[in-house]
Design a protein around this ligand. Structure first.
Ligand code: BGC
Length: 946
């Protein structure tokens, strides 16, 4: 009896300790849950929960084993890390037995808390190794050349091939994996069922250098006996139309990498006892032309359902009439690797909001939201009835679909009915459009709401941010930013989803990357794209205008403000996620880029006027789409040079490269000094030799003239720390002066808009930043919202009430995220969430409270949350009559410096109590209108007198 009692007491104590300890959750490998990877030392991460405040991890232990049952300390056959002291919960490299191809690794982790008490083990997670050696690919590249069937004057759109093979699987299999990729796009099915739910696989890369593959667990899709392997291929980025090449009269407009889309796939079936049988693409496969008559990313699909072969993708189909596929040689130095990014998927479906009848029996469907995706069509009719769908972002005032801004992208889908009495359903497979409105022609009966469904597609980056206020306009703006990100993060960060572009413009990507991190987890998305950037680097070291880098126009090369993406994106991934692998792997590329800058600068340290005269447009794109006189592009290039050198010095430090750290620190100092000497006058204003640019011919908007004294110049100089502290303050004043002179309006373009509000805030002009942020007058973020936008526009005046769509046939995208880079200020300043250590292991919450004098147009309540790699951070503030209430959350294993607006007094309360009553909230001091508290993990309500 006594024994039982003791036992009970003991187990209760153990239970209690465990409940009190740290619990690891959200186990990930290479930023993904239970992924397939080919990283030699996969990186593991977890997040911690605790019932207590002020908790930290002091150590962890990881077990990895070849089966779940072996996941015990004594049996773990792959790795027992033993207790490792420290706070690391992410970027922890697997360091067990070398991993083999196809190996499945189960793992779990436990953590010790700050008192040295170990917590419970996590639940089990796993990862699987891909094919680590190219030689393990026995599959051939196969395809069917249908190019000569392409017709049409403007567009050469051949049909997309169908491929198939029946195989025989023996009884007694235990596991099956499909490894599959394409040069072009593929959809694969086994026994009539699509493998996986990814879209636009295998993604866009420089196919001469590398192609990615997908791995699917298809164990439940196969059966003993006859099975059908089937695939449809399309031209995609490999062989289809790309960018504006057609528009600008480039000699090549499609087939940038190859002419015939090709498939490579192998199904590996493992039987009891471990024997593996592989069924691979080969010359034995059959192929045919089918119902998919046209299939192109930019131009859309044409599908003739009358030409479907029923049962083509199941066993038993008679394919004697089909042709033998053609086998194509591989390129020896083309790498074949696991797709590192988040898959592109249908992430949401949208119902039609409104149906508008148009003349001649056509209709326009309003989806209520501008997005990137496709539609699902449900119709009934007779064989041969033809439905034509066109896509647009806006309507003309007279109700017509506005398609001029698509330029040469035909963006038209056509469905020809087979006449099924039960009705027919169709959705395209290898195209997507940027749209809110769909025009439909050819319907034989009145449409209903189920005629169309919108399928939102994009890279499936987990949502990590939320931003809400009591100001409707701002809430809409935030929604617009997130939708625009979703519409453009489609395998690569594109500029826009609708017109004949949709390429990975580096300038847009670099100005927006920090904003992106606050909305969605983009760690693996950039892991993929930074490789594209490095693959696209020119021999001289310059990063390209867009990555991947097909030659869309002969004169496309590089540009200041764009090429720096090669440094800025990896840096941001390091700051947001603590990722140093991207830095070490990319280091040679980044150093080559810095060497390129050094050479270009001819040892001057600064790029004097006309340093980039030889590129097209001259000087590069500069502060693209700004108003008024242009900021000299060479001056901006010099700022970026300093900035990149600073980032390189910090990144060198992060990977322990002291030599390069010193080198880049001195480069930054040298360029800084040279900039001040060359580009400022005695009063510290920015100046330039505008005469050097002559009449500006060849420069973007060069006819407007050049001056150093612009909003963009000061905003960037402040943001990039070009100036000394006192000069920084002066620059802040010059910036506000310029704003006032301009009627309180911004004049910034792509390069100036991002730093504008942060620069105002950091020089003590938060009120001015809020004024711009909350303005509804043209040009402003609010102006777009006032005009009914559901996404961010390319131009501040993409549409105005006075001029309508004045830029239509040129560049007028309604889904362009560059100006959405204000998001960085929304989270970083308005909510005040800033990482002080990489990966938000330590961070500040330093909210800037909106001024009171804005009335209804102001903000009284703001709530932002950000799910960092360490857990969720909350910053919420509410202005009440005489006090300010802050609600904050600090994740376990992190520490925050919370800047409470106001002065230190007895009225500063944390959870209703005076400072000093909680061990986890310490007073650190006062600074510039804030009381600084050091806060340990937990959620707190703080109030202070206003
Ligand atoms: C794209 C951009 C890009 C720019 C280069 C445009 O056509 O849409 O967003 O950065 O060209 O200046």
């Amino acid at each position: 009896m006594k024994f039982i009692f003791c036992f009970l007491l003991l187990s209760l104590t153990i239970f209690n300790l465990a409940a009190k300890g740290l619990k690891p959750v959200y186990l990930r490998c290479e930023y993904k849950e239970n992924p397939v990877t080919d990283a030699a030392a996969p990186r593991l991460s977890w997040e911690l929960t605790s019932a207590e405040n002020g908790q930290l991890q002091t150590g962890y232990q990881i077990l990895a084993a070849s089966s779940e049952s072996k996941l015990t300390e004594s049996l773990a056959d792959l790795w027992n890390s033993q207790k490792v002291n420290g706070r690391a919960t992410s970027q922890v490299e697997y360091a067990g037995k070398p991993l083999l191809s196809r190996q499945i690794c189960f793992w779990k982790v436990r953590s010790w808390d700050k008192n040295g008490t170990p917590g419970e083990w996590s639940s089990t997670a796993k990862w699987e190794m891909g094919l680590l050696d190219k030689k393990q690919w026995i599959a051939d590249w196969i395809g069917l050349d249908l190019d000569n069937l392409g017709k049409g004057k403007t567009y050469h759109l051949p049909p997309a091939p169908y491929l198939r093979k029946t195989i025989n699987i023996k009884p007694g299999f235990v596991k099956a994996r499909l490894y599959v990729t394409a040069l072009g796009l593929y959809e694969f099915s086994i026994n009539g069922k699509k493998t996986g739910d990814d879209f636009l696989t295998p993604g866009w890369t420089d196919y001469d250098k590398r192609v990615y593959y997908q791995t699917y667990d298809v164990t439940s899709q196969i059966k003993a006996g006859a099975n059908a392997l089937a695939s449809q291929l399309s031209y995609g980025w490999y062989a289809g139309y790309l960018g504006y090449s057609l528009l600008v009269g480039n000699p090549v407009v499609r087939t940038f990498y190859g002419k015939v889309p090709l498939l490579k796939a192998q199904l590996e079936v493992e039987y009891v006892g471990g024997k593996i049988e592989t069924f691979a693409t080969s010359g034995q496969w059959k192929a045919s032309v089918g119902a998919l008559l046209e299939s192109d990313l930019l131009n859309g699909e044409t599908y003739d359902a009358r030409k479907e072969f029923s049962g083509w993708n199941i066993a038993g189909f008679k394919d004697q009439e089909w042709q033998n596929v053609q086998v194509y040689p591989d390129k020896a130095d083309r790498q074949i690797q696991v797709y590192p990014g988040p898959p592109v998927k249908v992430t949401q479906t949208l119902a039609v909001k409104n149906t508008i009848a148009r003349p001649e029996g056509s209709y326009i469907f309003d989806m209520g939201q501008n997005f990137a995706g496709i539609i699902r069509l449900k119709v009934k009719g007779s064989a041969g009835d033809t439905i034509r769908l066109r896509f647009g972002e806006k309507l003309h005032p007279d109700g017509r679909l506005m398609t001029e801004n698509l330029r040469m992208a035909r963006a038209t889908d056509t469905y020809i009915l087979k006449g099924d009495a039960k009705g027919e359903m169709w959705e395209p497979k290898f195209t997507y459009h940027g749209f809110q409105y769909v025009e439909i022609k050819g319907l034989k009966e009145k449409p209903s709401e189920s005629t169309l469904t919108g399928l939102v597609i994009g890279s499936d980056t987990p949502k990590v941010g939320s931003f809400e206020t009591d100001n409707k306009m701002i809430n809409q703006l935030y929604s617009n930013i997130d939708w625009t990100q979703r519409a453009n993060y489609v395998d690569i960060p594109t500029d826009c989803p609708q017109r004949d572009e949709r390429v990975g413009w580096t300038g847009d990507a670099q100005v927006y990357v920090k904003s992106a991190t606050f909305n969605r987890d983009v760690a693996s998305f950039f892991t993929k794209w930074v490789v594209d950037l490095n693959d696209g680097q020119y021999e001289n070291g310059a990063y390209p205008l867009y990555a991947p880098r097909p030659n869309l126009r002969k004169t496309d090369t590089f540009s200041p403000g764009w090429m720096e993406a090669g440094i800025i994106c990896p840096y941001q991934v390091y700051r947001s996620y603590g990722d140093t692998r991207m830095i070490s792997q990319g280091w040679p590329y980044m150093v080559a880029f810095m060497d390129f800058l050094e050479k270009r600068g001819k040892g001057n340290g600064v790029f004097k006027e006309k340093s980039f005269e030889d590129i097209d447009p001259k000087g590069g794109f500069g502060d693209w789409l700004s108003f008024g006189k242009k900021t000299p592009p060479d001056m901006l290039a010099s700022f970026y040079y300093t900035y990149c050198a600073d980032l390189m010095a910090e990144m060198a430090g992060a990977i322990g490269n002291v030599k390069d750290q010193e080198k880049f620190t001195s480069t930054a100092a040298k360029v800084r000094k040279a900039i001040l000497e060359h580009y400022t006058d005695a009063s510290g204003r920015f100046v330039c030799d505008s005469a050097a640019y002559g009449n500006g011919a060849g420069y973007v908007d060069g006819q407007l003239g050049f001056t150093g004294n612009t909003q963009t110049a000061y905003a960037n100089a402040i943001y990039m720390n070009i100036l000394s502290k006192p000069d920084q303050r002066k620059a802040g004043l010059y910036l506000t002066e310029l704003l006032e002179k301009n009627g309180g309006k911004l004049a910034t373009g792509f390069l100036g808009a991002k730093p504008l509000l942060p620069a105002l805030s950091s020089t003590g002009h938060s009120d001015a930043a809020y004024k711009l942020f909350l303005s509804k007058e043209f040009p402003s973020w609010g102006f777009e919202v006032e005009n009914g936008s559901t996404t961010i526009w390319e131009r501040w005046d993409s549409f105005t009430k006075e001029d309508g769509f004045k830029y239509n046939a040129a560049m007028n995208s309604f889904s362009h995220y560059a100006f959405g880079a204000v998001c960085e200020w929304m989270f970083g300043n308005a909510a005040g969430i800033q990482a002080s250590k990489p990966g938000f292991a330590e961070f500040d919450i330093r909210p800037e409270i909106a001024p009171d004098d804005l009335g209804d147009g102001g903000i009284k309540h703001l709530k932002a949350s950000y799910h960092s790699i360490n857990g969720t951070i909350l910053s919420e503030w509410q202005k009440q009559a005489d006090k300010l209430v802050l609600k904050i959350s600090v994740p376990v294993n992190t520490v925050a410096n919370v800047y409470v607006p106001g002065k230190m007094s007895d009225q500063l309360l944390v959870d209703g109590k005076k400072i000093g009553s909680s061990a986890f909230v310490k007073l650190k001091g006062e600074q510039a209108g804030y009381v600084i508290l050091e806060v340990g993990s937990g959620s707190y309500s703080i109030e202070n007198k206003r």
